[in-house]
Design a protein around this ligand. Structure first.
Ligand code: F3S
Length: 753
């Protein structure tokens, strides 16, 4: 294990560290003394402190050292802006950025890409220059979708990756634990802070038998989603194992792991096997395959490893499935689908079929899809429904162009879109139906929530394998079952489509296509990061000011929020996403969804200095301009929802000091601490009721110490002042974050010392 094997073909100095991993694992093994699952092995071999770390599945918080970070262009903006504010010369861990989310599908590949490059020029210029400056690999627009690029270039067996996108688990197809996170987590790892994850439970899925005919790898996860539902994988890693694993291609395994995000799983994993080796070799990484073989014993579960839950699937009996509409866990086998369409009154005509995306655009997927299209063409038929293809990467596009699959698909009536997310993320200028008109579409994507693809809440969106998408597109109706139904050829003769066939990898090797990668330059000192001062989408962040060392006296309560206050109430999404790289602009959505206990209304609070009622952000800005620190009072589980870091950045930016609640959602609480805020809870939750929205409070910050409550002195408008005890969960390191103004300031300070 002493060999020096590079993590990938793009970076000179980043190596796979199986030696260190095996040493860490040995320490943990001697402590736990039981067989381990593969998921546990990857996590425990990446522990920051394998000796001292508490380890209990589903209970402890693991401090981990991931091998890599990956960001897509929408989430990378704020992550990099925050990283920049720490003033470090380069990222501490290997990082890549991928331009895939901002390209709208209108007419087809090249034209759509050109238009996107113009519209998003300032974002792309910023990302490309910031990546060059801070030693980050940059994949330009047109390169493909983040998860496909990771699989083709960066994933390796046993590695640990975090990515700022929920379908990061795709890399599980190469035996990498790849986990989707928020931007704040990515920044931590870029800045060399350990990354925290609640030790996941492990759900085992044992695969036996072998797929055939119309059944595809996608059907495994469509079936699992039906069994576990959208919540069933929460807090767990799904680990596939058993003899059936060997029968699935690496890209097929990636599809299964990718869509595992839909059941809420932390990630999904397959053990290292020969199929992965073959894929590594075909993508010019044979050395990694060989290295993994020498560490193979630890790249799978131990014999007798125990799962928190076990599911068995016999691939020989697995039917093709179609999931939806509106939720990815409503699984219907093809044999029952026509009935279900009738019984539920789903629109029968199929308007559009879409294949590709990060989930299903491998060479194998494209080849099988093209084989069905060819069969139809040979019978004089073309697509009856509209048909779109989103290639997952430039490499897959170029290779399937060279080998003819794309030509067949175009002949069949398909439109090849840019190598990007496109309609999967709603970047689709759909014109064939009006908003509100019920209609059906079917895709090989992973997510089919209401309105996701085309913004039309009446669109019934189904997800399935690319094979079934093509078959149904030929028939133009949801009632078609290619396993038993016939079609009429151009002469009116009935025929049955042949089951799909195709190579799992290109016999002539992959064609990389156009070079779309920008490596960081050798001399990064002269690079300047491009942000126009007049931009309304991007804004350089200044480090937050350190604590002034004093108690905060006479702070107004910006809002006493009542009831549910999720990260959506604190920092709404939708149209605001445009400003996610501009903290000042996006702060105009701060807490506009929270309900004010004073009047039961959203976004209407009293400015205590003027007595006027105004919007929450406006009042916060007025306090800030007057140099007044303010606090928020919140209810139970404040900040539940997503890990959105803007929900913590905005109150800090607009001059907030403390958020005082009955309780916090844990991730939001940590995010607040990271930004230098004080998340505090009422030691007696009933004290929430003692606070009136127009009280003033003193926060005795000088009392802040590990494990000790701090005092809040309340000055009611009319009446005697009184003290309330507030609890907190700050540890020593986190108290330094507060003192220095933020976690990043602390990192920067430590790096300089
Ligand atoms: Fe993009 Fe859709 Fe995948 S948004 S990353 S193609 S899930």
């Amino acid at each position: 294990l002493d060999r020096k094997v590079r993590q990938n073909n793009w970076e000179e100095n980043n190596f796979i560290n199986y030696k260190k991993m095996s040493e860490n694992l040995a320490i943990v093994r001697s402590r736990l003394n039981r067989p381990l699952t593969f998921a546990e092995k990857i996590l425990y071999s990446h522990l920051d402190d394998p000796h001292g770390q508490d380890i209990e599945r589903g209970v402890s918080y693991l401090k981990l050292r991931p091998d890599r970070v990956a960001c897509q262009d929408a989430t990378a903006q704020m992550a990099i802006l925050q990283f920049m504010s720490a003033g470090m010369p380069s990222v501490a861990n290997p990082t890549t950025v991928h331009c895939d989310h901002l390209i709208e599908a209108q007419v087809g590949g090249a034209k759509d890409l050109d238009r996107a490059v113009n519209i998003n020029k300032e974002v792309y210029d910023f990302l490309s220059s910031a990546c060059a400056k801070y030693n980050i690999g940059f994949w330009k627009p047109g390169s493909g979708i983040i998860h496909q690029i990771i699989l083709e270039n960066y994933a390796f067996p046993g590695g640990l990756l975090i990515g700022t996108d929920s379908h990061t688990p795709n890399a599980g197809g190469l035996g990498m634990a790849a986990i989707g996170v928020g931007g704040a987590d990515a920044v931590d790892v870029m800045a060399n802070l350990p990354w925290e994850l609640k030790a996941p439970k492990v759900i085992g899925v044992k695969l036996t038998g072998q797929m055939s005919g119309w059944t595809a790898p996608k059907d495994i996860i469509l079936k699992v989603a039906g069994i576990l539902t959208v919540k069933g994988g929460t807090g767990a890693i799904v680990e596939y194992h058993g003899p059936g694993v060997e029968t699935i291609s690496a890209t097929g395994m990636a599809t299964v792991c990718n869509m595992g995000a839909e059941i809420g799983a932390t990630t999904s994993l397959f053990p290292f096997n020969d199929r992965m080796y073959d894929y590594l070799a075909a993508t010019k990484r044979k050395d990694i395959g060989d290295f993994a073989r020498s560490y193979a014993k630890e790249l799978r579960e131990d014999e007798g490893a125990e799962y928190d839950q076990l599911i068995e699937i016999n691939l020989s009996e697995l039917e093709p499935h179609i999931n939806g509409p509106f939720t990815p866990d409503l699984a219907t086998p093809i044999s029952k689908f026509s009935e279900a369409v009738k019984a539920n009154g789903w629109p029968e005509e199929l308007k559009v079929g879409l294949i590709g995306s990060c989930t299903n655009s491998s060479y194998e997927d494209m080849s099988r899809a093209a084989s069905i299209a060819r069969d139809a063409l040979d019978h004089g038929l073309k697509a009856k429904s509209q048909f779109f293809v989103s290639p997952g990467s430039e490499q897959v596009r170029a290779t399937t162009f060279r080998d003819g699959q794309l030509k067949t698909i175009e002949e069949f009536g398909g439109v090849v879109l840019a190598n990007a997310c496109g309609p999967c993320i709603g970047q689709w200028d759909r014109r064939d139906v009006k908003k509100g008109e019920p209609n059906s579409i079917i895709s090989s994507f992973n997510r089919n929530f209401t309105g996701r693809n085309d913004g039309n809440p009446a669109t019934h969106s189904f997800v399935t394998s690319p094979d079934l998408v093509v078959a149904m597109t030929i028939a133009g109706t949801l009632h078609f079952n290619p396993l038993k139904d016939t079609l009429k050829d151009k002469d009116g003769n009935e025929f049955k489509l042949a089951p799909p066939s195709g190579n799992s990898m290109p016999p002539a090797g992959y064609d990389p296509g156009q070079d779309t990668y920008q490596a960081p330059p050798k001399d990064r000192n002269t690079v300047s990061v491009q942000v126009s001062p007049s931009s309304d989408r991007l804004q350089i962040l200044s480090p937050f000011a350190p604590w002034d060392g004093k108690d905060a006296l006479d702070c107004p309560i910006l809002i006493k929020a009542q009831g549910k206050t999720t990260t959506d109430h604190i920092s709404m999404a939708g149209p605001w996403l445009k400003y996610r790289g501009h903290l000042d602009n996006i702060s105009n959505n701060m807490l506009i969804g929270a309900i004010n206990a004073a009047n039961g209304e959203a976004n209407k609070v009293k400015n205590q200095t003027t007595e006027a009622w105004d919007a929450v952000p406006a009042v916060a800005r007025d306090y800030k301009a007057k140099g007044i620190k303010w606090v928020v009072i919140g209810d139970w589980n404040y900040g539940e929802g997503s890990s959105r870091e803007h929900a913590a950045l905005e109150p800090r930016h607009l001059g907030g000091l403390a958020i005082i609640t009955r309780s916090f959602a844990r991730i939001h609480e940590t995010n607040l601490k990271k930004q230098g805020m004080l998340p505090l809870t009422f030691s007696d939750p009933a004290d929430y009721d003692k606070i009136q929205p127009d009280d003033k409070v003193d926060i005795l910050c000088t009392e802040l110490a590990v494990g000790k409550p701090i005092t809040m002195r309340v000055h009611p408008k009319n009446g005697e002042s009184f003290d309330i005890k507030l609890s907190h969960t700050f540890n020593e390191g986190q108290i330094a974050w507060f003192r220095n103004g933020s976690a990043l300031n602390t990192m920067a300070k430590n790096t300089k010392n």
